[in-house]
Design a protein around this ligand. Structure first.
Ligand SMILES: [Zn+2]
Length: 365
């Protein structure tokens, strides 16, 4: 899963929203573990993408216009979710109202009996969700936790049924469920409704996040997917959260510590990393001890915004060179994956150029 917080080109970057969305994604991951008996999805860390389109172009005459424009934009960035891609793209979109939708390459399971027995849900998907509920919470207009029985038609909301932090999390969990191939339960249970049911499922009653669960066949299906693991612990080690063994001219960025994201230009209006390590010019370096069982480095490497000269980034493990990456001004961040071959010490250094290099979302699997 690739989660992205999308901001229209002409909107300011709302720092509070970034922290909030990082928490929302953690919460939804934990929610799935609770609903499936300990299984949850693997995900990349959240990134921020300033769109190449201003608000007026994205919204056009209806909010449906967000859908094709953003799909095309992310396909141009190499993040196509269809055509046999395995990418599940989750776009949380600033300014897109309370609109939400999902699409899936597989269309979803056709019957309860098919749950867990078909590969539907393994292929690509797209979920696009407007962040107005989150905006309402941060503005103090919507409650963080929906009040039971309050809101429109008793749906437990604030000023509107969608207006609460818990409903927002429920919406994210619901739309992700579609991308994994789960339909609404009334596809199999004629007339299934939340209001007169004692069985709550996120796939029907997503405004009831606090008491929702998943139905048995939904759990069976999710557990069968390769993207679901029985692992409620943190599934990646973010290098920006680890203490380096040695560092020179290196700075860690962590959104939860109050840091602003670090920006790389070259894609739309810029890509922001909520976690990362910045190496300030030639000669900067950082070393980490690789924890046991971690054998893959995944990182987006780019040039920090404002840098005028290229940088060359060298990655080595236990003294053996593994990769050399050149980043030029204006070039987009490069997705780099390096097997560490049971190495114990990881070194990342800038060997040439005065530009500051960004190791965006640098992490170990
Ligand atoms: Zn739905």
């Amino acid at each position: 899963m690739v989660p992205v917080y999308v901001i229209p080109a002409d909107y300011a970057v709302p720092l509070e929203h970034l922290r909030y969305h990082a928490r929302v994604l953690d919460d939804v991951r934990t929610w799935y573990a609770g609903a499936t008996g300990g299984w949850t999805f693997t995900t990349e860390p959240l990134v921020v993408q300033i769109s190449r389109h201003p608000f007026a172009e994205l919204a056009a005459d209806s909010f449906q216009a967000w859908w094709p424009k953003l799909q095309r934009e992310f396909a141009d960035y190499g993040l196509s979710w269809n055509r046999h891609s395995t990418i599940k793209l989750l776009l949380l979109v600033h300014g897109a109202g309370a609109w939400a939708g999902a699409d899936s390459e597989n269309g979803g399971i056709d019957s309860i009996a098919a749950a867990g027995l078909v590969d539907k849900g393994r292929w690509g998907g797209l979920a696009l969700i407007g962040d107005s509920s989150a905006g309402g919470v941060l503005a103090g207009v919507c409650p963080e936790v929906a009040v039971a029985g309050a809101g429109e038609r008793g749906r437990g909301g604030g000023t509107a049924w969608w207006c609460s932090g818990s409903t927002y999390r429920g919406t994210v969990a619901h739309e992700l469920g579609h991308t994994w191939g789960l339909p609404h339960p009334d596809a199999f249970h004629a007339g299934f409704r939340c209001a007169d049911s004692t069985a709550y499922t996120i796939m029907q009653c997503h405004w009831e996040y606090g008491r929702e669960r998943l139905l048995d066949y939904e759990v069976t299906h999710l557990r069968s997917l390769p993207s679901f693991r029985r692992d409620t612990a943190v599934d990646v080690v973010l290098l920006s959260r680890a203490a380096p063994v040695a560092a020179m001219g290196a700075r860690s960025v962590r959104i939860e510590s109050g840091d602003s994201p670090v920006w790389v230009d070259g894609r739309g209006g810029g890509t922001g990393y909520l976690w990362g390590v910045v190496l300030a010019g030639a000669g900067a370096s950082v070393q980490y001890a690789v924890p046991a069982g971690r054998n893959l480095l995944s990182v987006d490497i780019g040039l920090a915004r404002g840098a005028r000269q290229a940088a060359i980034v060298r990655i080595a493990a236990d003294g053996q060179p593994l990769a050399l990456v050149t980043v030029e001004p204006g070039s987009p961040p490069q997705r780099v994956v390096v097997p560490l071959r049971a190495a114990r010490l990881l070194l990342v250094a800038t060997t040439q150029g005065s530009g500051a290099a960004v190791l965006g979302n640098a992490r170990l699997y």
